[in-house]
Design a protein around this ligand. Structure first.
Ligand code: UDP
Length: 194
């Protein structure tokens, strides 16, 4: 079974390595993917807000957090293991390094984003870091940011503005971003910046 139902949210059941392979294939094929790393809070939010449930229905939802893995075990759903945002980001960056993919980073504080960009370009020199910008902007700046991202045509767009805002942001602008894969990565850039 490719999908596990946890309290009404459809989770992808692939193990970590298979998840990476699947997502890399989709990027190669130019197929749009919105990846959501979902924990129990995200599942509860979807139960409260039908708009967020719809967002998840249109995304590739992976089990972040051991709570989801346990919930799957109790209900006999075939989720294999945790797939976390920071690990997925690093695995996708490794592929971007090999394939010279364009990568755009959006979110976190100005200090964190520039440090994270520096660290990622050292670690993955083959990846084209086509742009980055912090996650503390005003509403009237949004359209310019979307346009800047679209011009850079990122294969990978990582958005670190916390859940659910990052995921709502991706969903709101999906048709304008010109990105192939977009993923909300929460505090991952803070982790990478160190
Ligand atoms: N953040 C942001 N803009 C905001 C609020 C938060 O870019 O308006 C960033 C924050 O600097 C941090 C990330 O979003 O890098 C949120 O991380 P957090 O650990 O809170 O997210 P979670 O992992 O809980 O989704």
């Amino acid at each position: 079974k490719e999908v596990a139902n946890i309290l009404g949210v459809s989770f992808a059941t692939r193990a970590f390595d298979d998840t990476v392979t699947h997502l890399v294939d989709r990027v190669r094929e130019g197929k749009w993917t919105h990846v959501v790393t979902a924990n129990p809070e995200i599942v509860m939010l979807a139960r409260k807000q039908s708009g967020f449930q719809t967002l998840l229905d249109q995304a590739y939802v992976v089990p972040d957090g051991i709570g989801i893995v346990y919930a799957a075990k109790w209900s006999g759903e075939p989720i294999r293991e945790r797939v976390t945002g920071v690990e997925l980001l690093e695995a996708l960056m490794a592929e971007a390094d090999k394939q010279q993919w364009n990568v755009y980073l959006l979110g976190a504080s100005p200090e964190v984003i520039s440090l994270a960009a520096e660290k990622l370009s050292q670690r993955f020199p083959g990846a084209r870091l086509v742009g980055y910008r912090d996650g503390y902007f005003q509403r009237d700046e949004e359209q310019a940011i979307v346009q800047e991202i679209a011009e850079k045509q990122p294969h990978l767009l990582f958005v670190a503005m916390g859940a659910p805002r990052q995921d709502e942001w991706i969903a709101a602008y999906r048709d304008q971003l010109n990105a192939t894969l977009a993923m909300g990565v929460g505090g991952s850039l803070d982790v990478i910046a160190g």
